[in-house]
Structures are given as structure tokens and as C-alpha cells.
Design a binder for this molecule. Structure first.
Ligand SMILES: N[C@@H](CCC(=O)N[C@@H](CS)C(=O)NCC(=O)O)C(=O)O
Length: 357
């Protein structure tokens, strides 16, 4: 298989920002309804989740490395995000009910309150963030759209799809990017759309389309489940930017802040050198950043309506981002994907947490 290339890293410049707020006096939070939700769970889904004692997390459920049932248990990088939130709230990473959602039902499930959050390979786009009514927590996997073909198909670039067909799942950025790319290249191809990923991959495997397109991480993961993985390869092409991360509903800043800062906590822990193995001893650290992070000093957690040690609980349960990545997608997994853009900013990647201050 051709190694899937990393997307061109967007160059990011890091500007020092100076906060003028008094220490320990967080800015008042508000939302589009004008409702002030800072520092508490009242009228927020945060309270609903706390009262229920369990998080309902919408996942894909069919993507090894992201969310997949193995030996009766959900596992993957998306699943670990759900577990981290449950651990932060309840000190119990198992306090999660998972709901498998397909691409077309995911946003309605969130809007209808059927799930509290999505951790489901969902790309952050302007329309989803605005008109669709979602809030995007930090990106947990920087991806890009790829194309899988049979190794012996004689297809080496998108232009080779003239008169050929591509299987794609409907309701995705994938479907839209594919149309854009082929239009730009002037290639007439036949899209075969499916609502269900299993049906799309089955059609591709049965030869009813010459190409299968999706986020590259998914293609790599799904390729491992085909009958003869070595007969399929990914083209050296990246059609889009696909920043994937957790999602909550608009106009609930207390809940959005919870999911956002638990996610950041996993990234910040890696930067601070805090792991599932050493977090229990972190209270003996002399680094004020560590002490604030774990809640041994300050009131960062309680100011948000969370346990003050919410970040430490999340890391104790699932590890820092680096541990999560290695276990599910990196060297500790069958995929052995290099970190690439998913490395910390300080290692040349794109992962960056604002300060825990
Ligand atoms: N990241 C893209 C695609 C997400 C997506 O739902 N992709 C489909 C495949 S194109 C999927 O995950 N199917 C489930 C699976 O592969 O098991 C988006 O947010 O629209």
C-alpha cells in the first residue's frame, strides 16, 4: 500500500496574547440567547448529564482506531474522548452509553437531545458550526480525504476516474469534496452514494465502483477489514482538510466548555508530561502549571461547575493525548500511523491547548 501522505501543514504562527483579567476572575460567559451560563450547570446539559450520572455519547461504532466494538467493548480515539468526559464528571470512564450514529443522523441526534455529544469522526466546517447549529470542541485528529482503489486497477490519480464510479457515503463532507475535486479536474465520473458505510464498502469490495473515498484514517482502518487488504491501496492524493473532533449543540456554553476543556486537558497533559502512570503523584510537583492543572491549586474546575480535579481524572482514566493516539492509531495499534500533524505544536504538529490559567 502506498503510504498515505500527510496533508500540507498549514503554517501557524503563535502570537503571545496578554490577558488583562484579574487572576482567578474568569470572564462572564454568555451565549446567543443572552443567557449567562458561566461557572455553573444550571439550565445546561451539564446539569442533565450530572443528574443522569451517565454520559450519552454519539459515535460511529464502525471504524477501528476511532470507535469500534472489540470483545464487546467500545474502543478507539473517539471512544476515549467520551470516556475522558465521563471520568472528568464522575471519576468513572465507564459511565457512558454509546449510540452508533450514521452520517445523516448525527446532527439531528444531537439537536433532538438523544445524545449529549458527538465523538464521531465529524469534520469542523463553517456551515456546521453556524447554520447547522453545532459547537466544535478542539480537533482530536487532523485528517484529509483520500481515495482507495484496487492495486491492480491501473488508477494512479483522480483523472483516471473518467467514466468510472466512486462509492461515497451521503451526508458527509466527503461527498461534497469529491464533487468539487472532479469538477475542478473536469472529470466525469459516476458517484454511487450510500447512507450506510457497510453498504458502501461492500459495494466497493464487490467491484461495483472502482474507487472508495472517505477520510484517510477511515480508509486505512476500513481497509484492514476487507478480505484481502493488500489488494487495495490509497492514492497519493489528499482532497481536503478534515479536522475531526467532538461536537456539542449551540447555545449551551457550560456544556460546550466542559467538553472543550476536557479535550484540551488531554493535549495539555501531554505537554506537561503528565500521563496515566504519573498523574497520581503529580500533587508533589513543584510546577505551578501542574498544580493548577490537577486542581491542587486554584479553582479552575469548580469555576466551571466541574470537580476541581476534572482534568486529572480524565488523564488518570484514559491517559494524555499521546497515550491515546499511540494506543489506538500509533505504534501500539495495528495501524502504526505516524503522529504527523497530530503531534503537539512543540513537536511540529498542530495540537495546541490554550493555557490552564
Ligand atoms: N469527516 C467527514 C466524513 C464522516 C463520515 O461519516 N464518513 C463516513 C464514511 S464517508 C463514515 O464515517 N462512515 C462510517 C464508517 O466508515 O464506518 C464528515 O464529517 O462528513
Amino acid at each position: 500500500m502506498k503510504r498515505w501522505g500527510l496533508m500540507l501543514a498549514a503554517s501557524i504562527s503563535v502570537l503571545p496574547l496578554v490577558s488583562c483579567g484579574a487572576p482567578g476572575a474568569p470572564d462572564a460567559g454568555g451565549d446567543a440567547t443572552g443567557e449567562v451560563t458561566q461557572g455553573g450547570a444550571a439550565n445546561s446539559r451539564l446539569q442533565t448529564v450530572l443528574d443522569r450520572g451517565q454520559l450519552v455519547c454519539g459515535v460511529d461504532g464502525g471504524i477501528p482506531g476511532f470507535s469500534f466494538v472489540e470483545g464487546g467493548e467500545y474502543a478507539g480515539i473517539d471512544v476515549d474522548t467520551c470516556k475522558a468526559v465521563a471520568a472528568a464528571l464522575f471519576d468513572d470512564p465507564t459511565a457512558v452509553e454509546y449510540r452508533d450514529l450514521d452520517s445523516t443522523e448525527r446532527f439531528e441526534a444531537l439537536k433532538g437531545g438523544e445524545v449529549d455529544m458527538l465523538a464521531r469522526n465529524t469534520t469542523w466546517t463553517i456551515s456546521r458550526d453556524t447554520s447547522v447549529g453545532m459547537e466544535f470542541a478542539p480537533t482530536t485528529f487532523y485528517d484529509g480525504q483520500g481515495m482507495m482503489v484496487r492495486a491492480d486497477a491501473g488508477i494512479t490519480e483522480l483523472a483516471d476516474f473518467e467514466g468510472k464510479s466512486v462509492c461515497v457515503e451521503t451526508g458527509t463532507t466527503t461527498e461534497l469534496n469529491l464533487t468539487d475535486q472532479m469538477r475542478q479536474l473536469g472529470v466525469s465520473f459516476e458517484p454511487q452514494t450510500f447512507q450506510d458505510a457497510d453498504a458502501a464498502y461492500a459495494a466497493y469490495e464487490a467491484g461495483s465502483c472502482e474507487g472508495m473515498t472517505s477520510d484517510k484514517s477511515q480508509l486505512v482502518a476500513r481497509r484492514s477489514t476487507l478480505s484481502n487488504p493488500d489488494e487495495h491501496e490509497l492514492l497519493e492524493v489528499t482532497m481536503s482538510k478534515e479536522p475531526l473532533g467532538p461536537v456539542t449543540i449551540n447555545n449551551d456554553s457550560a456544556w460546550f466548555d466542559t467538553v472543550k476543556w476536557v479535550t484540551y486537558a488531554l493535549i495539555e497533559a501531554e505537554e506537561l508530561g503528565l500521563t496515566s502512570a504519573n498523574i497520581a503523584e503529580a500533587s508533589s510537583s513543584e510546577d505551578p502549571n501542574v498544580l493548577r492543572f490537577i486542581g491542587a491549586e486554584g479553582t479552575l474546575g469548580t469555576d466551571m461547575g466541574l470537580p476541581n480535579d476534572f482534568a486529572a481524572r480524565a488523564v488518570a482514566a484514559v491517559g494524555n493525548y499521546g497515550e491515546i493516539y499511540e494506543r489506538n492509531l500509533g505504534e501500539g495499534s495495528v495501524f502504526k500511523l505516524p503522529r504527523g500533524q497530530n503531534a503537539l505544536w512543540s513537536d511540529g504538529g498542530l495540537l495546541y491547548s490554550p493555557p490552564f490559567r
